[in-house]
Design a protein. Sequence first.
Length: 591
Amino acid sequence: MLTLALIGLLGGLITGVSPCVLPMLPIIFFAGTAGKPADNGAASKRGRSTAEGSADGDVLVDEVEVGKPPRDFRPLKIIAGIVVSFTVFTLAGSVILSALGLPDNFLRWGGLTILTLVGLGLIFPALGHWIEKPFYRLPKINKNNSGPFVLGLGLGTLYVPCAGPVLAAITVAGATGNVGWRTVVLTVTFAMGAALPLLFFASAGSRISQRVKAYRDHARGFRIGGGIVMIALAVALAFNITDVIQRSLPSYTSGLEKKVAENETVQGALAPALGAGGEELAKCKPGAAELASCGTAPAFTGTQQWFNSAPVTLAGLKGKVVLIDFWAYSCINCQRATPHLLAWDKAYKSLGLEIVGVHSPEFAFEKSAGNVQSAIRKEKITYPVVQDNNLATWTAYRNQYWPAKYLIDAQGTVRSIKFGEGSYDQTENQIRELLTAANPGVKLPAPVDGTVKADVGMDGRTPETYLAYARSTNMKGTGKLVPRNTPTAFGLNAAQPDDTYSLGGNWLVGPQDVTSSKGSQARLNYNAAKVYHVLSGQGTVTVSIAGEPDKTIQVSGTPNAYELVNKSAVERKTMTLTYSAGISAFTFAFG
């Protein structure tokens, strides 16, 4: 737990000093000066609360005891509010928004609204008391006043876009709806680390308010000025005006984020944060040729609709050999694996094999039952498939890959795990071995995997490439992938490094896709025989490769994989793509 907490704290500290939090610094500083300054010659009566109001109508005022220096808890309350809202909304935000039918950007606008109201409360004390009123029943928060805590709640929602490798792991864990103590520890320590640099600025503002005579003499004016600054910054954040400043600054924390992301200790610690189930599966080495005993297979849990079958349970499949396939319908790697699954299902189903597809979505659009049903029909899948929209079964198996196969014997024990594509003959041999063990008298046909068209070899091919904010790792070009409500300008690389991409023109960046404006472009350096592009919308994409005629792709409808290149051999190439307006691009995949 200590290692996980330290990783969370380190990731939070990196985020807390990154360029994305700079707009918050003036807010935090003025919040620190927002209380009533100490009066060394007078004292206030102990027990007086902001609920009763003050003689001069001050907002965000702390109490002072006779003969004692003031105890200023405002900075700590701001940090407490940030930690609470960040933790709650990061781990449960998507669930809350989905349950209430609210848009994805609701939390951001909620934070900006709170920031504006607190600013107005500094200018108009009566409004400030009204804002704090819902918290008066909470004695610990109301001991002095609740305004700083309310402000912290709003700022915590504005922290979410500041991403890094630790936050990415937290977000995925939160999406599962099955948060364990490891995820909570990671989230809380991350939030504390991210908030600590702000505590410095809040404390500095507090000390100024108490020790600088000019502030004490003009406290009311300073509070009004602070309120105006908060409102102005809320407007600037709402219209992304602060982005101009942030874009002009170098990404001085990117090197630290990369070191954290690539550290083996960090990777090992973050993976379990995705869920606490399936510990026994760690006994199996993925991809091993020999069957092993990896513990009892976890049940299907937290699932939604079943296709091609009534609901299936592993207990009901006892006596059969079960192959669980984790997949997502827009994943090209999954699509290439499907013919092998279909061949095994046809050859061995009547002999005791049951294949169960667990559809665990990479993207929000893959949660649609209609889209999944269309993909099943298109791929001619006849074995049972279940939706795992909340990644609950995925988490129970501690899975982290698309596709992934878990082979279970007739007694319900996981015997083999295979991540990704390839080694189909090995998997078929293991299926045959388990079928024979379950029924020694079974007469098996000749192996069928050789009849399935072989895929191009994996060695040296460019890995699957994500274009959006949440998972992009190999973008090499000018511009920053940060979700905004307005298009962001990007620049193509003249010479694109191997296995990377860049964007050109204006793109609207989202957590799962980027959406083109007129003349938007992308440049991709790849090593593959086949290139696929997951796209949605209505329009065209023109593919340009040096020495080859241009190719125009017609895009229509919901997200789907479009073939850009189909060669007989792997080759290193650079392509430039030009998009019509309104095309959403998700990933590149390679064969």
